[in-house]
Design a binder for this molecule. Structure first.
Ligand SMILES: Nc1ncnc2c1ncn2[C@@H]1O[C@H](COP(=O)(O)OP(=O)(O)OP(=O)(O)O)[C@@H](O)[C@H]1O
Length: 310
């Protein structure tokens, strides 16, 4: 189990980037770290890998303490793999050689078998002999993930792992990758902006805000009962309505356009979303977003209702 206790870190003594971070992660579980740009997601992964020296606190994997560069000639813990945003591949070498880099040279048959298995996970079997420099950014990102998995780490740290991968590939790659991690009981921490990564694949979500942990919980808890607008907005557009002096947070699908209600608004915009439309309406002094089956005419008067308000 990973245990992060009272961890604080700053790139300079004048400013803290992480403050009093506490959480644990069980073997084989997936934790998504979310939060606005610059909140410290990448820094947290680097700290857990042992690339940075802590100002305060401890990090343990079972009874092994993760220590930073002040304690290791080559920073980074051998049982953890970190896939950063700059993939750090060997550009003039083939995809399969890149994956094999960390595998034993003494058992070429086993090493080849493992490489083929990983090429399948990242859906790049046909690129085995292609030189990395000839690949797209998204393909290189996939090779970096396969290489990190080659030696079956106990924990893999993925920094925006699908940021350069198109939607078409992303969905099947995510499904392959996360079922592979579960099958091999590899724990995973992903820093991501993508609510879909978090909702569909994480066991837990940890939200960072202003250097600290703002919330931690299961995807159902975090989406279904967000503590505030910052958290809800990580997953979808979110409306904040003042009802009976109480702020209520509503996703667009939780508002409905009905024949008559106390909430009267006028249409500002209709955005086509494929399976539905997102209607932007003006209600008093604020815009609201509503999921609807069809697009609506600009200026149309509508009435809104939600089951969350009596
Ligand atoms: N090497 C560095 N030296 C000094 N400050 C840094 C360094 N790397 C990051 N920072 C600062 O630390 C803060 C957190 O950065 P970090 O990259 O961890 O955020 P992030 O949440 O991963 O952002 P993003 O979502 O944009 O990738 C930012 O204010 C950033 O400017």
């Amino acid at each position: 189990m990973l245990k992060v206790e009272a961890v604080s870190f700053g790139y300079s003594s004048a400013k803290r980037t992480l403050q009093n971070i506490d959480f644990s992660l069980h073997k084989g579980n997936v934790l998504c770290v979310m939060g606005e740009s610059g909140c410290g997601k990448s820094t947290l992964l680097k700290v857990i890998y042992g690339l940075l020296d802590l100002d305060h606190g401890t990090i343990f994997w079972d009874d092994i303490e993760v220590l930073g560069p002040a304690h290791h000639l080559v920073p980074g813990m051998p049982f953890i793999k970190h896939v950063a945003q700059d993939f750090d591949l060997m550009p003039f070498t083939s995809v399969s050689e890149n994956i094999k880099k960390f595998l034993s040279r003494f058992d070429p048959e086993k090493s080849e078998e493992r490489t083929q298995e990983l090429l399948k996970v990242i859906e790049m079997t046909e690129f085995a002999n292609a030189k990395v420099k000839t690949l797209s950014g998204g393909q290189q990102q996939r090779v970096a993930i396969a290489r990190a998995l080659a030696k079956e780490p106990a924990l893999i740290l993925l920094d925006e792992p699908f940021s350069q991968i198109d939607n078409f590939k992303k969905n099947s790659l995510r499904r392959n990758l996360f079922s592979y991690l579960k099958e091999k009981n590899i724990a995973c921490i992903i820093a991501t902006h993508d609510g879909d990564d978090a909702l569909s694949f994480a066991d837990d979500i940890l939200v960072l805000h202003k250097q600290k942990i703002l919330a931690k919980g299961t995807p159902k808890e975090m989406y279904g009962n967000p503590k505030n607008k910052y958290i809800a907005a990580l997953f979808d557009d979110v409306n904040e309505l003042l009802v009976n002096n109480k702020n209520v947070l509503l996703y667009p699908h939780q508002l409905k356009i009905v024949e008559k209600s106390a909430i009267e608004a006028s249409v500002i915009n209709s955005y086509y979303k494929g399976s539905h439309w997102l209607i932007e309406v003006q209600y008093r002094d604020q815009p609201l977003f509503v999921k609807h089956a069809v697009g609506l005419q600009l200026g149309l008067k509508v009435f809104l209702k939600t089951d969350k308000i009596d």
